[in-house]
Design a protein around this ligand. Structure first.
Ligand code: ZN
Length: 252
């Protein structure tokens, strides 16, 4: 099962949630995402420009039927560009490395650039600005149904949080993603891992059955680049309703 190491087994991600503490405006009460989840209706956002113009001229189809639904609907972004922070230079806690790695940063940035050709992303230099953080640290190992422990080479998780706007008595349900890449990954494998995991973070919450797609469920000798199948699937996901990114009236 060496092939599944890249993807961390079952879809290489889990969902984590935490409350959001608003430090900027102490007068606004803390708001839990669950509270918004109950009142925000499911609606589709306008497509991001690069996807609007896209049509399936190659007839590649998509793997939209493999995408999982979530409690918030589609995991789409609605404010662009989506901000990505590349974090190799983290402090020593747990399994994190202490030293930064320019070559790691460069390879990860290349993988981000591959998506920028199709999707509005921006690399930012401050962690607190990020919608998506790409971390160089060992993901927690996976426990298999038979009790065995297996290392993951990458893991992508999202959290929900509430963005309060006390002045206008409204709030928005938001998400942020953390992509964790095992420091054992380097070179082409690192680039392929980031390409694949970023696909999840852009909203492709599932896997392709085809080896020719970047979101193929397993690692291959020659990892696929971002394909028409990936982009057709991404476009269909962005046409779906979501509870993310809508302001709703709320009492503080
Ligand atoms: Zn995956």
């Amino acid at each position: 099962m060496a092939l599944s190491i890249l993807l961390g087994g079952n879809f290489s991600r889990s969902v984590a949630r935490e409350g959001f503490v608003n430090n900027d405006r102490p007068s606004v009460r803390d708001l839990q995402p669950e509270e918004l989840l109950e009142i925000v209706p499911l609606q589709a956002h306008p497509l991001p420009p690069a996807l609007t113009e896209r049509s399936d001229t190659s007839g590649s189809g998509d793997y939209f039927d493999r995408i999982e639904s979530t409690s918030v609907g589609a995991l789409v972004w609605s404010e662009f560009p989506v901000k990505v922070y590349i974090a190799s230079d983290v402090t020593a806690t747990g399994d994190r490395l202490t030293a930064s790695s320019p070559s790691w940063d460069r390879t990860v940035a290349e993988a981000v650039s591959e998506w920028i050709a199709y999707f509005p992303l921006e690399i930012v230099d401050r962690r607190e600005l990020a919608d998506i953080t790409i971390e160089r640290k060992r993901p927690p190992p996976q426990r298999l149904p038979n009790g065995d422990i297996r290392a993951r080479s990458a893991l992508t998780q999202y959290q929900l949080y509430a963005r309060p706007d006390g002045e206008n008595a409204r709030a928005m349900l938001c998400h942020r993603f953390e992509v964790t890449i095992n420091p054992t990954q380097s070179g082409d494998y690192l680039r392929a891992a980031v390409r694949h995991e970023l696909g999840h973070a852009l909203g492709i919450w599932g896997h392709s059955p085809s080896e020719t797609d970047a979101l193929y469920f397993s690692q291959t000798q020659t990892p696929a680049v971002i394909s028409d199948g990936d982009l057709n699937t991404l476009k269909r996901i962005y046409e779906q309703p979501t509870r993310l990114g809508w302001w709703v009236a709320i009492e503080f």
